[in-house]
Design a protein around this ligand. Structure first.
Ligand code: GAF
Length: 382
């Protein structure tokens, strides 16, 4: 991919580019908790976006996407939302400008192998890659967390998804063979080794359903959580997010909340509790116990948070039947995309064959499967 991006860049722009590699992410557990100031357990992976990029001495940014052979250009003086994948570039540039940083015109070629709309956060990879590239080329000296905040705000203001910080954080802080526990309230995080990687593989199964509802319903879920907090503030005046509550406290006030809002709040508080328990199990190498929490997470996402779909439920159900799978659940924002499965190394082949056969039988299409490894975050490669 790097060679391809370089070659195309030279062909179009006749100079040597800087190369930046920017990964997608997985999340073991802790879904829809980040914008509720809760906990997440993500890692950067081997699927990535590649940038070949150089400054061009003008006020214009030119981009060429190798994955669909589309070009996009925009002026630094007049950045407005719109334009598919280019929206993410514009959002980053705009947010850097909002911080008072002087962005200069650039040319770039983008390619990658993160499947779009599969819940592996290709958008955060596009944002993070540009952040890292511009930081390097223009010497902004932003911290990785600041870059993550730029990407998150870009997403809020340009595509209009009111996302949390998990995806941008994971893309920019990933380390090889380490998962990260992020506290989305304090933004403190710890790395711990993915010790079980010898015995278990992270297998992503793509439902091949593209999440068209994702951005609108995502924002609805966020608003419902905020509504819940507002109502519960009457009983807990000090709270400002669901992170401040336990699931028992939410249950206690069930009748004060509209039914859907109650379900959303209960799911989030339970999921936060699951992340903490899962971490303890993973650190003791208790994969079965951690895996059970993943299945429970899926159940909550499907029934209470209502961000799954029939195909993802089917895939999680298939995994449930298999002895080689410790745990599985839908991953990311939902309404399509992948399930994440923790599968015994020796059982991967059998599991993949079983899932592909059953899924094809039911839905008439073969799911793509990615056996992933955990890798470094976004970085300059040359
Ligand atoms: C999407 C968002 F971008 C993340 O911030 C997170 O909320 C996730 O959905 C759900 O956990 O990937």
């Amino acid at each position: 991919m790097i060679a391809q991006a370089k070659e195309q860049f030279k062909k179009l722009f006749h100079k040597e580019p800087l190369i930046v590699s920017s990964p997608g992410r997985i999340n073991l557990i802790g879904e829809h908790t980040d914008y509720n100031e809760g906990f997440v357990l993500p890692a950067a992976i081997d699927k990535k976006i590649i940038y070949a990029i150089a400054l061009n001495g003008t006020d214009t940014c030119n981009a060429y996407a190798l994955f669909n052979n589309e070009t996009a250009s925009f002026s630094l003086k007049d950045i407005r939302p719109g334009g598919g994948w280019a929206n993410y570039l514009k959002g980053v540039v705009y947010q850097l400008q909002q911080r008072g940083l002087e962005v200069k015109g650039f040319d770039c070629v983008i390619t990658g192998d993160i499947p779009i709309g599969a819940g592996m956060s290709s958008s955060a990879a596009v944002e993070g890659g540009l952040n890292v590239a511009l930081d390097h080329l223009l010497g902004f000296d932003l911290s990785r967390m600041d870059m993550a905040k730029v990407g998150q705000l870009a997403e809020h203001t340009f595509p209009g998804v009111k996302c949390g910080i998990m995806d941008q954080f994971a893309n920019l802080h990933g380390q090889k063979d380490r998962v990260m526990l992020l506290d989305c309230r304090s933004l403190e995080f710890t790395y711990f080794p993915f010790e079980f990687s010898k015995d278990y593989k992270i297998v992503l199964v793509n439902s091949m359903v593209h999440h068209s509802l994702a951005s609108s319903e995502y924002n609805v879920r966020r608003a419902q959580c905020e509504e819940g907090v507002k109502i519960l503030q009457e009983f807990f005046p000090d709270i400002n997010s669901l992170r401040n509550l336990t699931s028992a406290q939410v249950e206690q006030y069930k009748h004060q909340l509209p039914a859907k809002v109650y379900d959303r709040c209960l799911y989030v508080t339970q999921e936060n509790e699951r992340v903490e328990k899962a971490c303890a199990h993973l650190q003791r190498n208790e994969l079965k116990e951690a895996g059970e929490l993943m299945f429970a997470s899926h159940e909550g996402l499907s029934k209470m948070y209502e961000v799954s779909c029939a195909e993802l439920d089917f895939l999680a159900g298939l995994a449930r039947n298999r002895a080689e799978v410790a745990g599985a659940r839908m991953m990311g924002g939902g309404f399509g995309g992948c399930t994440i499965n923790l599968v015994k190394t020796g059982g991967v082949e059998g599991f993949v064959a079983y899932v592909q056969q059953e899924y094809q039988h039911k839905y008439g299409k073969v799911p793509e499967v990615y056996v992933t490894s955990i890798e470094d975050g976004a970085k300059v490669v040359n």
